[in-house]
Design a protein around this ligand. Structure first.
Ligand code: PLP
Length: 358
């Protein structure tokens, strides 16, 4: 079945097969990947290569670290302000959907915040323009959400605020396209969409920030704890890191981020074309210049047809198309691992469904 679910984990079949074999015997250790010690050489290699591969894909040098943290994107909503929003400073948030609202909510618990831009009033149909962003005076950092999983919008071009640290939640479009990672002081992404199974969150952090973590917050909530201990202060989520490592190697082998972007653009175009050429039968939620290449959201003329669409799609081998409850309608999540064939099959189904029902 083609899996259009928004998560967790959409993975290439080859990786699932390799993991299946290594679940019984990891590289002739005679032990399962689930059993080998996180202090053993074979696991250390996985861990170190994953950090190196991530930096290579993003073109980052020695002034960045890659950390493996648990707690999901949701814990990062709190860890970012805990570490980088000191008393007397203000953190700026750009709101582009429910996940950025949640990030703001956590920061509000911890300090002063300012909404530098929001498109909430327009149902989060678009990303604000750079002109709309009004920063506070010398904010501690600016936080954005690169891809809005629920609304189906995505930043095309990232802002640059000079010396002000830019921090991003990239949970739902990490490694789906090339971008200038050096613009960011901190990036976080729960693995469970483009990178691997749930259980590990990737944090990419510029090293100078590691000196700013306040010693007063609990050890496990400080980024410097992870950096100083190579993310092994406590037992890391070994299996998730192992799969992330395989995904990173798969990405590098298949042409890196430029090839992935081309693949993702082609795939999404099949579906957006159906929306645009449907004469209003399918109505996209996102404005065209804010459309996401990862999550494609649209409505049909009524909820009854939307229900029929989801049901018949399953019968046609297309799963997970029901939209998120707050937006409704249909959501096709087409992460890196979704094939062109899957998107072509969905486009053909959309065409047929429209002809039958309009
Ligand atoms: N940020 C974004 C953009 C998301 O899409 C999600 C979940 O879908 C989250 C954060 C929350 O992540 P987690 O479930 O890992 O806490």
């Amino acid at each position: 079945i083609f899996n259009f679910n928004a998560g967790p984990a959409v993975l290439p079949l080859d990786i699932l097969k390799q993991a299946q074999a290594e679940l019984l015997n990891y590289r002739d250790t005679g032990m399962s990947i689930l059993e080998i010690s996180h202090r053993s050489k074979p696991y250390e290699v996985i861990h170190q290569e994953a950090e190196a591969d991530m930096k290579a894909l993003l073109g980052l040098g020695d002034n960045y670290r890659v950390l493996f943290v648990q707690g999901g994107g949701s814990l990062q909503f709190a860890m970012v302000p805990m570490n980088y929003l000191p008393a007397g400073r203000i953190a700026d948030y750009i709101l582009t959907g429910s996940w950025s609202e949640k990030a703001l909510q956590e920061a509000k618990l911890l300090g002063q915040t300012h909404v530098a831009a929001t498109t909430a009033g327009e149902g989060y149909r678009r990303i604000p323009s750079l002109q709309e962003i009004k920063l506070s005076d010398k904010p501690a950092y600016v936080h954005i959400t690169s891809n809005n999983t629920i609304y189906g919008t995505q930043w095309r071009e990232f802002p640059n605020f000079g010396d002000i640290p830019l921090m991003a939640d990239m949970s739902s479009d990490m490694l789906s396209r090339p971008f200038d990672a050096k613009k960011f002081a901190l990036i976080y992404a729960g693995a469970q969409k483009n990178l691997g199974p749930a259980g590990v969150t990737i944090v990419i952090i510029r090293k100078d920030l590691l000196d700013e973590c306040p010693p007063t917050i609990p050890t496990m909530l400080r980024y410097d704890t992870y950096a100083k201990n190579d993310s092994m202060y406590n037992t890391p989520p070994c299996f998730s890191v192992y799969i992330v490592h395989l995904v990173l190697q798969w990405l590098r082998k298949n042409g890196g981020l430029a090839a992935m972007e081309k693949h993702n653009q082609e795939k999404a175009a099949f579906i957006y074309r159906q929306i645009d050429q449907s004469g209003g039968f399918y109505r996209g939620h996102a404005e065209p210049d804010s459309r996401s290449l990862m999550n494609i959201t649209f409505r049909l003329p009524n909820e009854e047809l939307e229900g029929a669409f989801v049901k018949e799609a399953v019968q046609a081998g297309l799963g997970g198309l029901k939209g998120y409850r707050t937006v409704g309608g249909i959501r096709a999540s087409v992460y890196n691992a979704m094939s062109k064939e899957g998107c072509l099959a969905l486009a053909a189904f959309m065409d047929e469904f429209r002809k039958k029902n309009s």
